[in-house]
Ligand binder design. Sequence first.
Ligand code: SAM
Length: 273
Amino acid sequence: MTFPDVVHVDDPADDRLADFNRLTDVVLRSRHEPAKGLYIAESSTVIRRAVAAGHRPRSFLMAPKWLDSMADVIPPGVPVYVAEEPVLKEITGFHLHRGALAAMHRPPLREVSELLEGARRVVVLEDIVDHTNVGAAMRACAALGVDVVLFTPSCADPLYRRAVRVSMGTVFQVPWTRIDPWPAGIDTLRAQGFTVAALALEDDSVSLDDLVADPPGKLALVLGTEGDGLKASTVAGCDLTVRIPMSGGVDSLNVASAVAVAAWATRVPGGEA
Ligand SMILES: C[S@@+](CC[C@H](N)C(=O)[O-])C[C@H]1O[C@@H](n2cnc3c(N)ncnc32)[C@H](O)[C@@H]1O
């Protein structure tokens, strides 16, 4: 098979490879991918899911042996940079054992009100720092019937390479956007008929069991950051505070685990396969 847009590269410093240059976590965290309007999709599966979701690749980078298997997802006119393994490692800063990378155009963020139309279960993630937690939370939301995920302005990027990977590509499946401003956005949720529940370990928190016993038709679950939990102003702005009962002397769950427990317990029956 021949590919008209394939460019063989052997110089890791080639300017055309800027999108893929040194993709280690530390570098990427400081690179502000959102501002550059791109994100990196890693592995054939993730690239395929991104393309299937309507995202547009702007260039590819891979070892020659992956060209044939990736041919059907490479649109005409999009450059494909091909290099041997040692050169790839020099370019990206890590061993590219998942096959291929694609620099993808970042899709524009959607309006909160547009996403909330018809939704019954929403998860809001406030200021999560760890991209692994963002990815794991997205995966749980996809699996457990959450209709929409909203990220506060300071929450870690769901299209960051690690978040996408840990989510198993579900960041391309569950509709999501940023909710900004926050916590003022609680009013937007309420105006669209949602009961807004803060997941927090407060003295006056009701048990998740009580919420499940009489669930609201439209429910937004709001979860907080890894260290400090939800901001006091967020808890104060929500309609109620809900606690997942803990045992074994453990005071709290990891935030992605808490998302999974709360989403499963409050799911709308009938959505399972
Ligand atoms: C690791 S916890 C933060 C713990 C923090 N020290 C606190 O008191 O909230 C991260 C988030 O997960 C959710 N969470 C974890 N365990 C929970 C529980 N047992 N009940 C309700 N929410 C919980 C909360 O939304 C929390 O903000």
